[in-house]
Write a new protein. Structure first.
Length: 455
């Protein structure tokens, strides 16, 4: 599976979070189903936007990309998104890119004009088959670079000659850098072969990016490029696509740092929210939808706390639990096998939660309680949910150092904050939370009223 990754010139926004999560869950389900998944997700680390940002900040282009690649990993860790098997950068694949462009020139599918190289769209009759548009519609919907040297307005750049002050690489056509589309063809075929199973990305990439990938890849190899295309829908704010041009977008960091919330938005809350809609459909974002996700998660963790309580030993109910779990697992797997239908799968988990709560009223043995908890953990792992006892979404375990405050001091401050909240002295409670955060300590208020802390 190859997924188009981010162009690293800014912080990731909620649309990036959705795409990353969708393909993380698809990968998890395929592995749960017994497949070995080789997952490649790239970074575009040379681009007009990167160069523009570097010039604005008077720094080198690779300073910009290093900063935002690091920020990307920090955001993904908070969301619980696993790293891909391979995460290639465009700048590390110049030999493969140049070789692919050379092949297209040699077989007559591309042409050079004064150091620039263009793919000749008219020579690929199947152009438009992914987006299912006719040539006139494609031209009308494309953001075509105006260049009178092109043989056809639809022809797209494979290689761009460098302008003064831009990064460049040596090539048979002079100093330059790759066009955007050729990067993904070169990187995906380098790591997965000339034909592979799944190519994913946001719906906005269908045209022209993925359409151009198909044209140039199939033209270069004479083989089918990808067996299945998977695209996630847009995130919307007030029924409009979230975009920087409209000024209605949130970065992942904006959401985690929403100060008007009385409690912290965790990665699991955001993850649960993003899974409540089918990946192909538009997703409406609002504070209320995040709150509903939190309430739903609270209900699950409240059950998990009940499952830890002292058990009564009861036989027949334990047998009923096994039946309920088996039925849920079958329905869960059917939902996920049906085009990765996460809303239906989440509904099955909510149904299991309701059934287990009822059975607890009658009584469950310690073994049955553990069976129930492990079932939630097993199925939840496909979604990246319900793992908090062993994996905290807001902690980078590779970098846990003991910071200024010792454990006893943290416990004292935690208790002082809880007392402040009880007497409705929210200013003092917030002050303590900020003090602890400055020392690298996060507080987490749980559904049962307790508070946990973690470095």
């Amino acid at each position: 599976m190859y997924v188009c990754g981010v162009t690293v010139y800014d912080y990731c926004h909620l649309g990036h979070a959705r795409s990353a999560l969708v393909f993380d869950v698809i990968r998890r389900h395929l592995e749960f189903s017994g497949y070995r998944v080789e997952f490649v997700k790239n970074f575009t680390d040379v681009d007009d936007k990167i160069i523009k940002r570097a010039n604005e900040q008077n720094v080198s282009w690779d300073t910009i990309t290093a900063k935002y690649i690091q920020a990307y990993y920090e955001d993904m860790r908070k969301l619980g998104v696993r790293q891909a098997s391979v995460e290639p950068k465009a700048t590390e694949h110049m030999p493969e890119i140049i070789k692919l462009v050379e092949a297209l020139i040699q077989n007559g599918m591309a042409y050079e004009v004064a150091g620039d190289v263009y793919f000749e769209v008219e020579k690929y009759p199947a152009y438009g088959r992914l987006s299912k548009r006719k040539a006139d519609d494609l031209l009308a919907g494309a953001r075509v670079e105006v260049d009178e040297r092109k043989r056809n307005p639809m022809d797209f750049a494979l290689w761009k000659s460098s302008k003064p002050g831009e990064p460049y690489w040596e090539s048979p056509w002079g100093r330059g850098r790759p066009g955007w589309h050729i990067e993904c063809s070169a990187m995906s075929m380098k790591h997965l072969g000339e034909t592979f199973d799944i190519h994913g990305g946001g719906a906005d990439l269908i045209f022209p990016h993925n359409e151009n990938e198909i044209a140039q890849s199939c033209s270069a190899t004479g083989k089918e490029f990808v067996r299945y295309w998977v695209h996630n829908g847009f995130v919307q704010i007030n029924q409009e696509k979230m975009s920087k041009s409209l000024g209605n977008f949130f970065t992942i960091r904006d959401i985690f740092g929403k100060s008007e919330w009385p409690e912290e938005i965790t990665g699991e809350i955001l993850r649960f929210f993003l899974l409540t809609n089918h990946y192909r459909n538009p997703l409406e974002f609002s504070d209320q939808s995040l709150r509903e996700a939190k309430y739903a998660l609270d209900a699950f963790y409240d059950l998990f706390n009940r499952l830890k309580e002292t058990a009564k030993t009861v036989g027949p109910v334990n047998e009923k639990l096994s039946t309920v779990i088996e039925r849920t697992r079958f329905a869960f797997e059917q939902a996920m096998d049906d085009d990765f239908n996460t809303p239906a799968a989440v509904a099955e988990l909510q149904g299991l939660r309701s059934e287990v709560n009822k059975l607890l009223e009658t009584g469950l043995s310690a073994e049955a309680r553990e069976q129930a908890r492990q079932s939630f953990r097993l199925l939840g792992a496909v979604m990246g949910l319900f793992q908090l006892e062993t994996w905290q979404f807001n902690v980078d375990f590779s970098d846990i150092g003991v910071k200024g405050l010792d454990n006893a001091t943290i416990e004292r401050l935690k208790d002082e904050r809880n007392q402040a909240r009880k007497r409705k002295d929210f200013a003092r409670a917030d002050e303590i939370r900020r003090l602890l955060a400055a020392e690298g300590v996060t507080l987490e208020d749980r559904p049962d009223g307790s508070t946990r802390w973690k470095r």
